[in-house]
Design a protein around this ligand. Structure first.
Ligand SMILES: *[C@@H]1O[C@H](CO)[C@@H](O)[C@H](O)[C@H]1NC(C)=O
Ligand SMILES: *[C@@H]1O[C@H](CO)[C@@H](O)[C@H](O)[C@H]1NC(C)=O
Ligand SMILES: *[C@@H]1O[C@H](CO)[C@@H](O)[C@H](O)[C@H]1NC(C)=O
Ligand SMILES: *[C@@H]1O[C@H](CO)[C@@H](O)[C@H](O)[C@H]1NC(C)=O
Ligand SMILES: *[C@@H]1O[C@H](CO)[C@@H](O)[C@H](O)[C@H]1NC(C)=O
Length: 427
């Protein structure tokens, strides 16, 4: 009886303490239970032809089972898939958004980001216009357009980061982490290394600027901004010849010159042998130089601090709402928590443990692929030559089928070969 009462008391104390300060894991998905994810993730039906996600580890990986994630499987498609969790708020709490993505296909144009949605989202109708709170992750399209986008919803508008954060564009798996703190600072890490940090207010246009140029300040009329001037003391020498041409002193007016008909006679011009070019005074440092005038700033009367920036309530869905030209990206290791250090540890124990093996395997895979391609090209050349030599030719359709079959087998052999070579490498 006594024990029970004590327990109840303790529970009461615990509940009044609330959840603040304790580690919270709001969502974690590492796809470790086979087809189980199909029950947790909902495909949108907003469009009839969204691309299909499949569970796969890809062509190379650190661990065939543990590295399975959601892979986009169809080219030139929109994708819309999401998972729901118990609603939470990040007010007065740190929020960490973390996931890994591998663009093993060599992505040319496509999204690699996640979105966090409010509980009101209808997952079956999720689409690119659905209201979201946060979008975070790499977005790649075309040469040089490879950035980490961070978009926040605030007062019915979306605000995108105005400092550029480059993302990774190679084929390896990378870990992306966004940390939002209650003191309105943020951090982005890629592969558990800090790439950018700052204050939310400074790097998104949530609010008007804190300071503005004083509209009443004017540059004084006499403010001297010229670092150098012509020397006023310098004078043109008396004997300076600055006529490039002079009248020929030896020319004579022709005898038959008729002033009435021909106009007044003038000596023809000849080059002046003493010509020294245009005289210019020498340049000296301006003794009155005052430096560039700086417009004084004042506090912006329009500015009001807003403590609710990035305060979200009922965060409840994580979605992949993407467009991909070339498919093959694999998303894995999703984590939403309030604990920065825990997120780093989870990153270390998932992506971090397997990244080196994956990279080794990728290198072997690419090596074998290169060889196979060279062989195929050679075979093709030989076949073409045979065809040219054979005056009767071959049945077109048959030969194409042959080629397809062969390539299919080669593809399988290539993967087996890479796996074998990699295992051998490991021993
Ligand atoms: C956040 O903290 C402030 C100041 O301690 C408090 O007034 C407020 O109620 C808290 N809000 C939530 C949602 O916990
Ligand atoms: C915000 O919080 C972080 C982590 O608690 C701390 O390291 C940082 O100095 C704080 N920054 C400001 C501007 O308060
Ligand atoms: C980003 O936006 C803030 C707020 O509007 C502004 O003060 C800052 O100058 C901008 N920074 C850049 C690099 O554009
Ligand atoms: C969060 O969701 C609950 C349950 O639907 C609702 O009662 C509450 O008003 C929501 N809170 C906010 C701030 O939207
Ligand atoms: C994660 O790994 C890095 C590199 O090994 C290490 O420096 C860091 O302390 C680890 N972090 C945690 C939280 O375990």
């Amino acid at each position: 009886m006594k024990g029970l009462r004590l327990l109840l008391k303790l529970l009461l104390v615990a509940s009044t303490l609330g959840t603040q300060g304790q580690r919270q894991v709001y969502f974690r998905e590492e796809f470790e239970d086979g087809d189980g994810w199909k029950k947790r993730w909902v495909e949108s039906k907003h469009q009839p032809d969204y691309g299909k996600f499949q569970l796969a580890a890809g062509k190379f990986y650190g661990d065939k089972e543990k590295d399975k994630g959601l892979q986009t499987s169809e080219d030139a498609k929109f994708y819309a898939l999401s998972a729901r969790f118990t609603p939470f708020s990040n007010v007065n709490e740190t929020l960490v958004v973390q996931f890994s993505v591998k663009h093993e296909q060599g992505i040319d144009c496509g999204g690699g980001y996640v979105k966090l949605f409010p509980a009101t989202l209808n997952q079956e109708d999720m689409h690119s216009e659905s209201k979201y709170y946060i979008m975070f992750g790499p977005d790649i399209c075309g040469f040089g357009n490879n950035e980490v986008k961070i978009i926040f919803h605030h007062q019915e508008k979306y605000h995108v980061n105005n400092r550029t954060i480059k993302c990774k564009i190679n084929k390896d798996t990378h870990l992306y982490t966004l940390i939002l703190r209650p003191n309105a600072t943020y951090e982005v890490k890629i592969d558990n290394e800090l790439v950018i940090s700052g204050e939310l207010e400074d790097d998104w246009d949530f609010l008007p600027p804190r300071k503005i140029k004083d509209p009443y300040a004017r540059k004084p009329r006499k403010w001297d901004e010229r670092p150098q001037i012509e020397d006023p003391e310098d004078k043109k020498p008396e004997d300076w010849e600055d006529f490039e041409f002079i009248p020929d002193p030896e020319a004579k007016k022709p005898d038959d010159w008729n002033e009435a008909m021909d106009g007044e006679w003038e000596e023809p011009l000849i080059p002046n042998l003493k010509y020294k070019g245009q005289w210019k005074p020498r340049i000296i440092d301006n003794p009155n130089y005052q430096g560039e005038w700086v417009h004084p700033e004042i506090d912006n009367p329009e500015y009001k601090p807003d403590p609710t920036i990035c305060h979200y309530y009922n965060i409840s869905v994580l979605g992949l709402d993407l467009w991909q030209v070339k498919s093959g990206s694999i998303f894995d290791n999703f984590l939403l928590t309030n604990d920065e250090e825990f997120a780093e540890e989870v990153g270390n124990n998932t992506w971090g443990l397997r990244k080196d093996r994956e990279k080794q395997w990728r290198e072997v895979y690419e090596e074998i692929q290169k060889k196979k391609q060279a062989e195929e090209a050679k075979k093709k050349r030989e076949k073409e030559k045979e065809r040219e030599d054979d005056i009767w030719g071959l049945d077109e359709e048959d030969s194409e089928e042959d080629l397809e079959e062969e390539q299919g087998n080669d593809g399988q052999m290539l993967e087996d070969g890479a796996a074998r070579a990699f295992r051998k490498n490991e021993l």
